[in-house]
Design a protein around this ligand. Structure first.
Ligand code: FAD
Length: 573
């Protein structure tokens, strides 16, 4: 029988959302709460550490910015699918979060007068991205972890892989996880669980996301019966380095970089005459794709045709000071110096707008479970997230949900050891018998590669009924073949093949939800652009998609969008 580990509060994920939640739970309880922090990678390797360009907040009322303006930009950027009460709360909280991190010691980049600097970002009508050079996420993670260390109330479970969420009668009971170092399965029992397990970028092949970002928490929540919201909305960032997909941060354009086609034209003039390169990402990505598809891109032998991101006019000093990581990556990966040469880029998968459905406090509709960060869908980003709003969301809802979960853990929740224990034998059998011992001719990595090719090809920047249906057919085929997939490595210690199998199991579920959701949304909104339905259709589709697990596949319903202040209008940039 699996060993039982108990905590007051369990946090699944040690990225920005998880760490911010852990710090807040500690503050709210004066360090009295006992926290378990689970991560399948070493804490500082969570994808958040890769965030580059900045974190949005309306810091400068005296210069004309305001939380109201930040909220409006985000709502318009979301193509009016964001919940406006959530957006307003977010924009109000963010300035104090930035100052809080400042007091906790983060080295924000500063103006000459010593005040915190802000750079322009896409879709923001004010320079609103607070940054630490182009390594913002790295410094935010360090600062939060540093501060968590002031409390002696948490235990890290690094390189532990959560496999199953145990929910019964609408209540959280426990979570099972594999200790990757010894291969044992353990049962975690806690009064509250906060899921901060990140997005599902690795559904796609061409993505900016780390290999670990495989949507496990969303998939686990789905299988446990929690509603999954708006998964058809994936963000494509305009500037992924070709051919690797590494992100060339939006700060490149925020600092003044141009996008140029093979005819030497700064083509964004045509598509967004006012904001040009700094229009929201969905618009810039569609524009770049259109240039490429209409033959004004540069040819790449791999087929990943591209356009140019030109920084040369910024000069060496600015590039070295503001974009040192970008220069380093270009030199290391392409032997190309952006001071002298334009960078080859094309749209790349970059963000999961959908996720686990939560209310405005980050609570999932199951007693004892909260979700925050990219795994959650509150919904702040609606159909399209603005740049710099995601690290900001992790801070805002890390704080909100962390406090709520802590409150529940110290006052209301109970540990349900017995009920949780009952669910464990089945999970042990699934992993150690059914999966590990199975023989079958299919290869996990082949299926994973085909899934990613399918998503890249059929569910990318532009979609059509035909491409989506062909995607669905392929995903159904892969799900069937996955039943015959076997694992050659039968050992227990650091069995990464087993981990990749479990990740793929969840990813195939998420792929199906995404594809079916995209098929039924017969309109274009934000990151979901259908060539056969090129317009947004508020009469028929101004709602959130909800998917719930059944043995026959996802069952869909809808939820209304919270519209408190701004009626949907045409987006013009
Ligand atoms: C290259 C890049 C640059 C970016 N730049 C910016 C930017 O400048 N500004 C901005 O606002 N946003 C940016 N983003 C987006 C932003 O960084 C992410 O959306 C955000 O950091 C996600 O944080 P998170 O805490 O939700 O999840 P993550 O940081 O992804 O952390 C997820 C955690 O969950 C754990 N986990 C997952 N599954 C399991 C499992 N099965 N078992 C155990 N643990 C598990 C992981 O180990 C990890 O600790 C960028 C993203 C990328 C990829």
């Amino acid at each position: 029988m699996a060993e039982i580990i108990k905590h007051d509060l369990l946090i699944l994920g040690s990225g920005l959302a998880g760490l911010r939640a852990a710090v807040e739970a500690s503050i709210q309880t004066s360090g009295k709460i006992n926290i378990g922090l689970i991560s399948k990678v070493q804490l500082m390797r969570s994808h958040s550490v890769c965030a580059e360009g900045g974190t949005a907040a309306a810091l400068r009322p005296e210069e004309g910015d305001s939380p109201g303006l930040h909220a409006w930009d985000s709502v318009k950027g979301s193509d009016f699918l964001a919940d406006q009460d959530a957006v307003s709360r977010f924009a109000e909280i963010m300035p104090s979060e930035i100052l809080q991190l400042d007091r906790w010691g983060i080295p924000w980049s500063r103006r000459l007068d010593g005040r915190i600097d802000q750079r322009p970002f896409g879709g923001h009508s004010f320079p609103r991205a607070v940054y630490a050079a182009d390594k913002t996420g790295f410094f935010e993670m360090q600062t939060l972890y540093d501060n968590l260390l002031r409390y002696n109330n948490f235990k890290r479970y690094d390189e532990w892989f959560a496999t199953k969420l145990i929910v019964e009668k609408g209540e959280f009971k426990g979570l099972t996880a594999l200790n990757m170092a010894n291969g044992g399965l353990y049962l975690f029992c806690a009064k509250a669980l906060l899921i901060a397990s990140g997005g599902a970028g690795r559904l796609f092949g061409f993505t900016t996301f780390s290999h670990s970002v495989t949507g496990d928490g969303i998939a686990m929540a789905y299988r446990a019966g929690l509603p999954i919201k708006d998964l058809e909305f994936m963000q494509f960032h305009p500037t992924g380095l070709v051919p690797s997909g590494i992100l060339m941060t939006e700060a490149c354009r925020g600092e003044g970089g141009y996008l140029v086609n093979s005819k030497g034209e700064r083509f964004m003039d045509k598509y967004a005459s006012k904001l040009k390169e700094l229009a929201p990402r969905d618009i810039v990505s569609r524009s770049s794709m259109t240039e490429i598809e209409e033959g004004r891109g540069f040819k790449e032998p791999s087929g990943l045709d591209f356009v140019h991101l030109d920084l040369r006019h910024l000069g060496a000093d600015k590039i070295n000071e503001r974009l040192p990581l970008i220069r380093e990556v270009c030199l290391n990966f392409l032997n190309l110096d952006p001071i002298d040469k334009p960078i080859p880029v094309r749209p790349v998968q970059h963000y999961t707008m959908g996720g686990i459905h939560t209310d405005i406090n980050g609570a999932a509709p199951v007693k004892g479970i909260w979700a925050a960060g990219e795994a959650a869908c509150v919904s702040l980003h609606g159909g399209n997230r603005l740049g710099a709003n995601s690290t900001a969301e992790c801070l805002a809802w890390g704080k909100i949900a962390g406090a709520e979960a802590a409150k529940w853990a110290v006052s209301g929740g109970a540990i349900c050891e017995q009920e949780a224990k009952n669910a464990v034998p089945e999970e042990e059998k699934r992993i150690f018998q059914d999966i590990l011992k199975r023989s079958g001719k299919e290869n996990v990595y082949r299926i994973r590669a085909e899934m990613r090719e399918t998503m890249d090809k059929n569910l990318g920047v532009f979609r059509t009924e035909e491409s989506i249906k062909s995607g669905l057919e392929k995903i159904k085929e892969l799900q069937a073949r996955f039943q015959q997939a076997s694992i050659q490595d039968k050992s227990r210690t650091y069995n990464t093949q087993l981990i990749h199998y479990l990740e793929l199991d969840g990813l195939l579920d998420l792929a199906e939800i995404l594809v079916r959701g995209a098929l039924q949304r017969k309109e274009s909104r934000g990151g979901h652009a259908r060539r056969d339905f090129p317009k947004r259709d508020d009469d028929n589709f101004l709602w959130h998609t909800i998917a719930k697990y059944t043995d026959k596949g996802p069952e869909f319903s809808t939820l209304p969008v919270s519209i408190t202040t701004w009626k949907p209008v045409e987006r013009k940039y």
